[in-house]
Write a protein that binds this ligand. Structure first.
Ligand SMILES: Nc1nc2c(c(=O)[nH]1)N[C@H]1C(S)=C(S)[C@@H](COP(=O)(O)OP(=O)(O)OC[C@H]3O[C@@H](n4cnc5c(=O)[nH]c(N)nc54)[C@H](O)[C@@H]3O)O[C@H]1N2
Ligand SMILES: Nc1nc2c(c(=O)[nH]1)N[C@H]1C(S)=C(S)[C@@H](COP(=O)(O)OP(=O)(O)OC[C@H]3O[C@@H](n4cnc5c(=O)[nH]c(N)nc54)[C@H](O)[C@@H]3O)O[C@H]1N2
Ligand code: SF4
Ligand SMILES: [Mo]
Length: 704
C-alpha cells in the first residue's frame, strides 16, 4: 500500500463514537483506518472494533439494495426493488394506517445513540405519532441525564481534559476502559489512572477497569443505592462534607441527613456484601482526596429502583462539592442548537395516547428529557391490541430480538404487525422478519456532527461522507425522503440545512466544519458562581422539589430488587445464583460484529462468567457448555470460570446470534441473554425501567 493514499479525517462511530481516525482511500474505496494522533481526546488510540471498519463496510453480507419480502414472513424470500418503489409503497401504507387507525398505530424504533437519533424523533413528531422508542430512555443513560438535570440543572461528565487531573475516581457499575465512549472516552480515563489518580471500582466483577483501581468493592448486583446512601451517611455524620459548598449551593441537606441516618456502613454491608471498612475508606477518599470524579455507569439503571439509585449517587457530588471545578464532574460548554425535532408539531391529543406515558412521567410525560413510549407497553400493544393496536413499526438501527428484555415476547410482537420496515447494515434476526429491509449507510458513508463528550460537548467534530457501498443511504435521508412523500411539516429541510442550523452558535457552516474537521468551544468552570445552578432553587437539589411535584420521592432511597436472594427466598432452591447480563466486551457492540472474522476470532462463543466455588458446586469446568436457566427461560453458553467475579453472581454476555447459521432466525433463541431477563413489572415508577440485571438463575452442565 503506497504512502500517497489520500488520508481523510473523520471520527469513528462503530460504537457511540468519538475516536478521531484517518481514513485511507484508494480509488474511492476505503482501504484502512488508523487512529489520528492529533486529537486531544483520543490522542492516537482506537479499539479493535474501530480498526475493523473496512472489514465491516465491505463485508460480503452488507445489505446493498432495498429488499421486499416475497413469501411468508421470515422465509428469507426477498426481491430487490428500487428505492423509489420501496419508499413509495411504505409511504402509501403509512398513510393508510394513519387514516384507518390513527397516527399512533404507527411506531418508530431505534437503537442506542446513533447519528440519526433525532431525525427519528422528528419524523415521529411530524407524522403525529407519540410512539417511538430507544432502549436508553428507560434503561440506559437517559435516567442519568434526567437526574443530572433535576439535581444540578445540567448533565455532567468527568473532567479529564482540564488543567487538573482528578485524584480520586469512583467507577461505579461502569467499565469505561472497555465501554467508552459512553459519556467519556476510554482513553482519558486510562490516562488519568496512569497519571496517578486513585481508582475505586464498584462492580461484582473485577473488570478491566477494576483491575487498574486501588480498591475493588465487589457489590451484590442491584444494591447500589444502599451503598451510595451509606457513603452519604459517612460523609454527613463524619462531617467530611464540603461545608461551604453545602451551605451556599445545596438545598435539603437536613432532609437528606435524616434520610440516611440509619444507613450506616454496617447496614449497607449486610445488604451489599461490601465490607464496612471499604465503604468508609471509599467515602473518605471521595470526600477528602479531591478533586474527585464519580464515573457512573449503566449498571445503576437496570432495576425498578432506577430513579432513586441514580439519585443516591447524584447527591454525593453535591455533598462533597465535586462539581463544576477542575478535575471533578463538569458541565459541557454551551454547544450547538438542539436538533430541531419539531416537538410542537405533535398534536396535544397524541400526547395522551403515548403508551406508558401516563404512568412513567420521566419517560413519557412533559418533564421527560425526550418523551417516548414505554417499550414493554408498546410491544404489548402490537401483540395484544391493548389499549389499541400498533400496526406498523419502522426500525432504524436496532435489533430488538436480541437487545430488548423478553425475546419471546418481542418475537410474538413483531410477528403480529401489519408492516415491519427495518433499516440495517446486515440481515439480522429482526430484519429477517420485516416486509421491507432498507440498506443503511455505515459511518464512513454519512455526513454528521459528533459532539464530545456525548451530551456535554467540549469538542464538535465533522463526520464526512467519503464513500458509498451499493445503494446504501444514510437514515436521515431515508426519513426525510419518506417525510416528503407524506408531505409532513418541515419536510422541505434537508440534512445539510439542519446541520447548518445546529452549528449557528459556533459561527461555522457544516461545509466549513468539514474543512476544519473539529471545533473546540472554550470551557468555563464554576459557572454556577454567576447566577447559580440551572435548577428552580438555583442550587444543587439534594431534596428535589421537582420530583416531589410529580409524586415521586424527593429523597433517594434503597429498594431490594424484586427477584433477589433476599426478596424471593422461595426461588433460591431452584435459582441459587444472582444473574447480571451484558457487561461490555471489547470486540462487540451489543449484537453487532458476530460476522466480522477478525472480531469473532477473538471471542468465538457467548460466555457466562462464574466463580470457581459456584462452578464446582454445579459440576462445571472452564470451557464446558452449560445451560443458564432463569424463571423465564434457558440458554446455552460456554463457562468462563474465574475468581474475577464475586461468588454467588454470574454474568451472561448479551447480544448473541449466529450470522453464519442462516435459517430464518440465525439461532437467535439459543444463547440470547434476553430470554432470561424480565420485561414484566414491577417497573421503576418514573422511568418504567425493566430488569436486565439483578435477577436469579442457575447454571447446569449441558448433558447429551
Ligand atoms: N440483557 C441485556 N440486554 C441489553 C443490555 C444489557 O446490558 N443486557 N444493554 C441494553 C442497552 S444499554 C442498549 S443501549 C441496547 C442496545 O440495543 P441496540 O441498539 O438494538 O443494539 P445493537 O446490537 O447495536 O443494534 C443496532 C443494530 O443497528 C445496526 N446499525 C448500526 N449502525 C447503523 C446505522 O448507522 N444505521 C442503521 N440503520 N443501522 C445501524 C446494527 O447492524 C445492529 O443490528 O441493548 C440493551 N440490551
Ligand atoms: N465494546 C462495547 N462498548 C460499548 C457497548 C458495547 O456493546 N460494546 N455498549 C455501549 C452502551 S449502549 C452502553 S449503555 C455502555 C455501557 O457501559 P458501562 O456503563 O461500562 O456498562 P457495562 O459494561 O454494561 O457494565 C459495567 C460494569 O457493571 C458491572 N455490573 C453488573 N451488574 C452490576 C450491578 O448491579 N451493580 C454494579 N455496581 N455493577 C454491576 C459489570 O460487571 C460491568 O463491569 O457501553 C457502551 N460501549
Ligand atoms: S472505542 Fe468506539 S469510537 Fe473508538 S475506535 Fe472503538 S469503536 Fe471506534
Ligand atoms: Mo446503552
Amino acid at each position: 500500500m503506497s504512502k500517497s493514499l489520500l488520508a481523510a479525517r473523520s471520527v469513528c462511530r462503530v460504537c457511540h463514537g468519538g475516536c478521531a481516525a484517518r481514513l485511507y482511500m484508494e480509488n474511492g474505496r476505503l482501504v484502512k483506518v488508523r487512529p489520528d494522533p492529533d486529537s486531544p481526546f483520543s490522542r492516537g488510540r482506537m479499539c479493535v472494533k474501530g480498526l475493523s471498519t473496512p472489514e465491516i463496510m465491505y463485508h460480503p453480507d452488507r445489505l446493498t439494495r432495498p429488499l421486499k419480502r416475497q413469501g411468508e414472513r421470515g422465509a428469507g424470500d426477498w426481491r430487490e426493488i428500487s428505492w423509489d418503489q420501496a419508499l413509495g409503497e411504505i409511504a402509501q401504507r403509512l398513510a393508510e394506517f394513519r387514516a384507518a387507525s390513527g397516527p399512533e398505530s404507527v411506531a418508530l424504533g431505534q437503537g442506542t445513540g446513533r447519528h440519526h437519533y433525532f431525525q427519528v424523533v422528528r419524523f415521529a413528531n411530524t407524522f403525529g405519532t407519540p410512539n417511538w422508542y430507544e432502549p436508553g430512555l428507560a434503561n440506559c443513560f437517559i435516567p442519568r441525564i434526567t437526574v443530572s438535570n433535576l439535581t444540578y440543572g445540567g448533565f455532567v461528565t468527568a473532567d479529564y481534559y482540564g488543567p487538573v487531573t482528578p485524584r480520586t475516581i469512583i467507577f461505579w457499575g461502569h467499565n469505561p476502559l472497555v465501554s467508552g465512549p459512553d459519556g467519556e472516552l476510554a482513553w482519558p480515563a486510562a490516562r488519568a489512572l496512569k497519571a496517578g489518580a486513585f481508582g475505586i471500582a464498584v462492580d461484582p466483577r473485577l473488570s478491566e477497569t477494576s483491575r487498574r483501581a486501588g480498591l475493588w468493592l465487589p457489590i451484590r448486583p442491584g444494591t447500589d443505592a444502599a451503598l451510595a446512601l451509606a457513603l452519604a451517611h459517612v460523609i454527613i455524620f463524619d462531617e467530611i462534607f464540603d461545608r461551604d459548598f453545602v451551605r451556599d449551593w445545596t438545598t435539603g441537606f437536613d432532609h437528606l441527613k435524616e434520610r440516611v441516618r440509619e444507613c450506616t456502613p454496617a447496614w449497607a454491608e449486610e445488604i451489599t456484601g461490601v465490607p464496612a471498612p471499604l465503604i468508609v475508606e471509599t467515602a473518605r477518599r471521595y470526600a477528602l482526596d479531591k478533586p474527585s470524579v464519580l464515573e457512573w455507569g449503566l449498571a445503576i439503571e437496570q432495576t425498578p429502583n432506577c430513579l432513586q439509585t441514580v439519585r443516591a449517587l447524584a447527591v454525593l457530588r453535591g455533598l462533597t462539592g465535586n462539581l463544576d471545578r477542575p478535575g471533578t464532574d463538569v458541565f459541557g460548554a454551551p454547544g450547538l442548537k438542539p436538533y430541531p425535532v419539531l416537538k410542537d408539531k405533535l398534536p396535544s391529543d397524541a400526547l395522551k395516547k403515548r403508551l406508558g406515558a401516563e404512568r412513567f412521567k420521566l419517560l413519557g410525560g412533559f418533564r421527560a428529557y425526550l418523551p417516548s413510549a414505554h417499550i414493554p407497553a408498546l410491544f404489548r400493544a402490537m401483540r395484544e391490541g391493548d389499549p389499541y393496536r400498533v400496526r406498523a413499526l419502522l426500525i432504524f438501527g436496532n435489533n430488538p430480538l436480541t437487545t430488548v428484555a423478553g425475546a419471546g415476547e418481542v418475537l410474538r410482537s413483531l410477528l403480529a404487525l401489519d408492516l415491519l420496515v427495518v433499516s440495517e447494515l446486515f440481515m439480522t434476526p429482526t430484519a429477517a422478519l420485516a416486509d421491507y429491509v432498507l440498506p443503511a449507510a455505515f459511518w464512513p458513508e454519512v455526513d454528521q456532527i459528533l459532539e464530545l463528550p456525548l451530551v456535554a460537548p467540549r469538542a464538535v467534530y465533522a463526520q464526512s461522507k467519503l464513500a458509498q457501498v451499493g445503494q446504501c443511504r444514510q437514515n436521515e435521508d431515508i426519513l426525510i425522503d419518506l417525510a416528503r412523500r407524506l408531505d409532513l411539516p418541515g419536510c422541505g429541510e434537508s440534512l445539510a440545512d439542519i446541520l447548518d442550523q445546529r452549528l449557528e452558535p459556533l459561527g461555522v457552516s457544516f461545509a466549513q466544519l468539514k474543512e476544519r474537521f473539529a471545533v473546540f468551544p472554550p470551557h468555563a468552570y464554576g459557572t454556577y458562581e454567576q447566577g447559580g445552578f440551572r435548577t428552580p432553587s438555583r442550587k444543587v437539589e439534594l431534596f428535589c422539589k421537582g420530583l416531589e411535584r410529580l409524586g415521586y420521592d424527593p429523597l433517594p432511597s434503597f429498594q431490594e430488587p424484586p427477584e433477589s436472594p433476599r426478596s424471593r427466598p422461595d426461588l433460591l432452591a431452584a435459582y441459587p445464583l444472582v444473574l447480571t447480563t451484558g457487561a461490555r466486551r471489547p470486540e462487540y457492540f451489543h449484537s453487532e460484529g458476530r460476522q466480522i472474522r477478525s472480531l469473532r476470532r477473538r471471542r468465538p462463543d457467548p460466555l457466562v462468567q462464574i466463580n470457581p466455588e459456584d462452578a464446582a458446586r454445579a459440576g462445571v469446568r472452564g470451557g464446558d457448555w452449560v445451560r443458564v436457566v432463569s424463571p423465564r427461560g434457558a440458554i446455552r453458553l460456554r463457562a468462563a470460570v474465574s475468581p474475577d467475579i464475586r461468588p454467588g453472581v454470574v454474568n451472561v454476555d448479551h447480544g448473541w446470534w449466529f450470522p453464519e447459521r442462516g435459517g430464518f432466525d440465525f439461532g437467535v433463541m439459543e444463547s440470547n441473554a434476553n430470554l432470561l431477563t424480565n420485561p414484566g413489572p414491577p417497573y421503576d415508577p418514573a422511568f418504567g425501567t425493566y430488569q436486565l440485571r439483578a435477577l436469579l438463575c442457575r447454571v447446569e452442565k449441558e448433558t447429551g
